[in-house]
Design a protein around this ligand. Structure first.
Ligand SMILES: Nc1ncnc2c1ncn2[C@@H]1O[C@H](COP(=O)(O)OP(=O)(O)OP(=O)(O)O)[C@@H](O)[C@H]1O
Ligand SMILES: O=C(O)[C@H](O)COP(=O)(O)O
Length: 396
């Protein structure tokens, strides 16, 4: 793997694509900085070598050019704190200001460019735009694992302008190495825990995992499509009616492959999608009309936890319930505790990005699992066996 360990950045300007697409609250405070802290080792190595750093990223999905809400200037104070030095900011990612500021950077200094997606050329993978960006640095480093599944100007197209000077950052290398431990050579028993809102987002991954795992646990909103497929009453729970046949075929496939497929036995149900709702516990398939399942029930949590605790490799993607609300986080927390226990007993545990990572962070358990990925969609696509454009661009 071509990583930044292979060169010295002394006297060079490194143009680093990072994924600082972090959640911000209404006052522009960063509510989860995992993606920023994860990029620090790469930045620090380059500065220590005697290089200068130019960071580029997207934030959100702006549709109409420059928008206050999506400005990366909001992350400058926190990034400066994390690095222990003032980070410069360019109000545009290309153009005169960016060029001048990049050129004037001294050894050990850091410049952050404004949101790349203020130009529609970024998502289009425009070659001319990529070329303009490429002029800002001597060496291109891709450390944006979270965006590696996008063939955008800054994540993939730009690499052609650095045929001899393109490298993976440490975060990218760590993400790929950890994903590899799951994909190839997972110690058994191997358990995958799938949750979250929709089956449709995870079909390909589930199919791929059926080839590899011993146990497949399905919880969260997606479990109700399976419950419905089995003919039960699910009340007003989340369901994808057009995926019922698919759910049945996945159950059959699991049987054919000898995979132990575990679905919820009971559920915490509520009479409204609210933390103030009345709650009860119902067996799967026996949810009252007008009530909805918002978490796995206690019997299920105990069953899932037992299987997880006995595992040697664990992949977890998607919460077991609506963990954002206090009343419905118990199931997700029980699973997090089981994963932590297994990890303590020597298992390798990888937490997929997005909401499962947010849940583990909320429970303050990030250090109790083996690895929390910064990738949401990127990790899913990598696990599905797809070649990520951001990875391919450095490798070829
Ligand atoms: N029973 C349920 N009913 C409704 N929503 C649910 C239920 N269980 C979980 N959810 C919601 O599903 C959401 C997470 O689903 P998603 O598919 O996005 O998960 P993820 O894969 O972890 O996240 P990401 O896609 O960001 O990587 C959470 O906001 C959670 O509240
Ligand atoms: O949050 C993510 O998954 C990445 O930053 C990619 O963002 P995108 O889905 O808007 O391309």
């Amino acid at each position: 793997m071509k990583t930044i360990d292979q060169i010295s950045f002394n006297g060079k300007r490194a143009l680093i694509r990072v994924d600082f697409n972090v959640p911000l609250d209404e006052n522009y405070n960063i509510t989860d900085d995992n993606r920023m802290t994860a990029a620090l080792p790469t930045i620090k190595k380059i500065l220590k070598d005697g290089g200068a750093v130019i960071l580029m990223s997207h934030l959100g999905r702006p549709k109409d050019g420059p928008t206050e809400k999506y400005s990366l200037k909001h992350v400058v104070p926190h990034l400066s704190d994390l690095l222990g030095q003032q980070v410069e900011f360019a109000n545009d990612c290309i153009g005169e200001e960016a060029v001048t500021k990049a050129k004037e950077l001294e050894k050990g200094e850091v410049l952050l460019l404004e949101n790349l997606r203020f130009y529609k050329e970024e998502e289009k993978g425009d070659v001319g735009f990529a070329e303009k960006l490429s002029k800002l640095g001597d060496i291109y480093v891709n450390d944006a694992f979270g965006t590696a599944h996008r063939a955008h100007a800054s994540t993939a197209i730009i690499a052609q302008f650095f045929p001899e000077a393109k490298f993976f950052g440490y975060l990218m290398a760590a993400e790929l190495n950890n994903a590899e431990k799951i994909l190839n050579g997972a110690a058994k028993p191997f358990t995958a825990i799938m949750g979250g809102s929709k089956v449709s987002d995870k079909i390909l991954l589930i199919e791929k995992l059926l080839e590899k795992v011993d146990n497949l646990i399905i919880g969260g909103g997606m479990a109700y499509t399976f419950a419905k497929a089995n003919g039960g009453n699910i009340g007003t729970s989340l369901v994808e009616l057009d995926k019922i046949d698919l759910a049945l075929s996945l159950v059959q496939k699991a049987k054919d492959k000898g995979v132990n497929l575990l679905l919820p036995l009971d559920n915490v149900i509520a009479d409204a999608f609210s933390n103030d709702a009345n709650t009860d516990v119902a067996k799967t398939g026996e949810i009252k009309d007008d009530w909805m399942g918002l978490d796995i029930g206690p019997e299920t949590a105990a069953l899932f936890s037992k299987v997880v605790e006995e595992s040697k490799t664990i992949l977890w993607n998607g919460p077991m319930g609506v963990f954002e609300m206090e009343k419905f986080l118990v199931g997700t927390k029980a699973i997090a505790e089981a994963v932590a226990k297994a990890t303590d007993n020597g298992a390798f545990s990888l937490i997929g990005g997005g909401d499962s990572a947010a849940a583990v962070a909320k429970f303050d358990m990030v250090d109790d699992v083996s690895y929390v990925s910064t990738g949401g969609g990127a990790l899913l696509e990598y696990m599905e066996g797809k070649e990520l454009p951001g990875v391919k661009a450095i490798n070829e």
